[in-house]
Design a protein around this ligand. Structure first.
Ligand SMILES: NC(=O)c1ccc[n+]([C@@H]2O[C@H](COP(=O)([O-])OP(=O)(O)OC[C@H]3O[C@@H](n4cnc5c(N)ncnc54)[C@H](OP(=O)(O)O)[C@@H]3O)[C@@H](O)[C@H]2O)c1
Length: 334
């Protein structure tokens, strides 16, 4: 008898945070794998801020999720039965699973084995999209170098916490994290080795940046955008670099954001501001993973995951990214 597949489809486009109207739970027969394909059960979902952007009917780097379509998401699946020599029951694979319980995995649908010897949680965090975004964004786009004063926003999150640690490993003179609340700020300094933390919910960010980076910011890795980006632009050092990784402060109300008022400081400081997408680094992931594996083995880098149980709680898990209810990589255990 065919397995039943519970899945969350986009019912309505959200106007702010995702709510109970946004998605609808459906139950249908699981898809039947054809020749060369396998049926796989979804075990873990990678919860990423970009999922919220895909829910908007707006141009992006991928098409919007259609109404009644399963919500798009990366995840890890376990092969249940297989018509392919390539897959056997029990194999764990990474791919675009969507918010559902069963998928058909095949080479054509882009499923790949997890990196050798890496556990599923780490495969989604440090060795996954967020860890590799931190790695290539900081090293390849930001060109971090010894002696840099580095600032990172979203510093207690999955990407930001990794950025700060890699900056220290690469010899930054000072790493300053911007995060929300005293607990997150203490955590990035005491547990992850950041030099200073700025609590954007309590502090005057501009004033704190002038104190913490009196000679300016050499490299700002931005996950947030909005006022935090503006404050960092104002404190840029000569030839300072700004890496635009994300702009989460605007994802819930895109179209209303104002441009940064202090962008003209890029001219005065002969600065550079550059956006990037990890998609462009997919052919180099092995390189990043090999270096991160070395740091992990030497105890130089830590990863944390925030686990939410149950497919039905995926919308709530997504919202954690916007309320700041997470520390580290948000993963749904299906
Ligand atoms: N360019 C790429 O290819 C790429 C790839 C992956 C991720 N990203 C981007 O990287 C960023 C981080 O993603 P992630 O998956 O690692 O998520 P995350 O940092 O683990 O979680 C998001 C964090 O953002 C902070 N935040 C939310 N709204 C905010 C606001 N209005 N102002 C300030 N901070 C706010 C919250 O922390 P607080 O408690 O500190 O507020 C929250 O914990 C996102 O912008 C994402 O889109 C880009």
């Amino acid at each position: 008898m065919a397995e039943r597949n519970r899945r969350l489809v986009l019912a309505e486009r959200p106007t702010g945070m995702v709510d109970e109207q946004t998605v609808r739970m459906e139950e249908v027969d699981a898809p039947e794998p054809g020749p060369g394909e396998a049926l796989a059960r979804v075990r873990y979902l990678s919860i990423d801020p970009t999922i919220r952007t895909w829910m908007d009917d707006a141009p992006g780097y991928l098409p919007p999720i259609a109404i009644d379509e399963v919500v798009r998401s990366g995840g890890i699946v376990e092969v249940v039965r297989s018509n392919s020599e390539k897959y056997k029951p029990g194999d764990l694979l990474f791919g675009f699973t969507g918010w559902q319980e069963y998928v058909v995995a095949s080479e054509a649908t882009g499923y790949q084995a997890l990196p050798d010897g890496v556990a599923p949680m780490l495969a989604l965090s440090l060795f996954g999209i967020t860890g590799m975004t931190a790695y290539f964004g900081l090293i390849d786009v930001g060109k971090v170098k010894e002696g840099d004063v580095v600032v990172v926003s979203g510093a207690a999150g999955a990407t930001g916490s990794t950025v700060g640690q890699i900056a220290k490993i690469k010899g930054a003179a000072k790493v300053i994290g911007i995060a929300g609340g005293p607990k997150k700020c203490a955590g990035i300094v005491d547990e992850l080795g950041f030099d200073e933390a700025i609590d954007y919910k309590a502090d005057d960010v501009g004033a704190r940046l002038r104190e913490a980076a009196p000679d300016g910011i050499d490299l700002f890795f931005d996950n947030v955008g909005g006022e935090i980006l503006d404050a960092c632009l104002a404190q840029l050092a000569l030839r300072g670099r700004v890496v635009l990784c994300g702009a989460i402060s605007g994802y819930n109300d895109r179209g209303t954001a104002k441009g940064p008022a202090n962008y003209a400081n890029l001219i005065i400081k002969r600065g550079r501001m550059e956006g990037f997408l990890i998609l462009d680094y997919f052919d180099r992931l092995d390189e990043g993973r090999a270096e991160v594996a070395g740091w992990l083995a030497e105890g130089k880098i830590k990863s944390s995951e925030h686990i939410v149980e149950g497919l039905e709680n995926a919308p709530e898990a997504l919202n954690l990214l916007f309320t700041g209810g997470n520390t580290g990589k948000v993963i749904v255990q299906v």
